[in-house]
Design a protein around this ligand. Structure first.
Ligand SMILES: [Cu+2]
Length: 177
């Protein structure tokens, strides 16, 4: 039975080898899901590669914004909900590079709306029922420093007022509060 035993050991070795090499190798930034849509900034998340290798651990900051669609002074608009942008019409969304932005749009008027940031390759799904929400999460990097328009792509809505800016600025300090 010596041969049989050797074969068995070899089989175990193969199985272990396959297991070790079969781990998911996801190089994308990992950000854990969050609860709710309230605005908060400065939470640090660790993005860790599941395998040792060239991808190293790096910290990213999750920045959340919520915008509600509505009519302000007869113009269509995105209105900030919560945090520093609360109540601001088409607010500048200021983020430092190295942030994961979690953007939520709340339909406040029952008309169809979406939100796109073509510069950053971001497109939120269209929502049409009052109270419906739409979300996207994306990484902002040093290469994105500058301003990028966000707007509703429904015909006429951008012209009617639904446009603001994402401002990626290196001037925001990431030091302790
Ligand atoms: Cu719209």
């Amino acid at each position: 039975m010596r041969q049989g035993t050797a074969f068995f050991v070899l089989l175990i070795g193969l199985t272990l080898g396959l297991t070790a090499c079969g781990s998911p190798h996801d190089n994308h930034v990992v950000a854990t899901p969050t609860d709710g849509s309230t605005m908060s900034t400065g939470r640090s998340l660790a993005a860790v590669s599941p395998m040792p290798g060239p991808v190293t651990t790096r910290a990213v900051t999750l920045v959340e914004f919520s915008l509600e669609t509505g009519i302000v002074d007869g113009r269509m608009a995105f209105v900030g909900v919560g945090g520093a942008i609360d109540g601001v019409v088409n607010p500048d969304l200021v983020v430092p590079p190295g942030s994961v932005v979690h953007l939520t749009v709340i339909n406040g008027d029952g008309m169809p709306h979406d939100l796109a940031v073509p510069d950053l390759g971001v497109q939120l799904p269209m929502i049409s029922g009052a109270g419906a929400t739409s979300e996207a999460r994306f990484l902002v990097e040093v290469a994105h420093v500058g301003t990028h328009s966000y707007f509703c792509t429904v015909a006429g809505h951008r012209q009617a007022g639904m446009e603001g800016r994402i401002v990626v600025t290196p001037l925001v300090s990431s030091g302790p509060p």
